[in-house]
Design a protein. Structure first.
Length: 123
């Protein structure tokens, strides 16, 4: 398994346009989930989308190794990019600290074990 995924290339367009790209999965979604949890903790108000972001992040997480995998799309290849893993782990740790859940705790442990295993093999 590779440690980095290929990414699409942006081109400047006229007129300007918006497009999805690889950060939509591990990078942006993890930050959104963590931000929603922290915002709720600070304000007492839950973002309507918080549960959806949590569910979608967990849907992209492989239960066997705990890593988040980007899906195969027109702008992304199926892979577990290492750049996504820190943000995903941080979001899941924030979610666990907010609301301990044995299933999420098990995913976090597998995630950490997988990353440590890869680090040990690389050295």
């Amino acid at each position: 398994m590779r440690t980095a995924c290929r990414t699409s290339t942006y081109f400047w367009t006229e007129p300007a346009s918006a497009a999805h790209d690889w950060p939509d999965f591990g990078d942006v979604r993890s930050r959104q989930l963590q931000g929603a949890i922290m915002g709720r903790r600070m304000t007492g108000k839950k973002a309507e989308i918080e549960d959806t972001w949590r569910r979608k992040a967990l849907e992209l997480t492989n239960p066997a190794d705990g890593l988040l995998y980007r899906p195969q799309t027109t702008f992304s290849e199926y892979c577990a990019d290492m750049g996504d893993q820190a943000l995903t782990l941080y979001a899941f740790a924030t979610a666990y600290a907010d609301r301990p859940d044995s299933d999420l705790g098990a995913i976090i442990r597998r995630h950490v074990d997988t990353l440590l295993g890869r680090l040990r093999r690389a050295n």
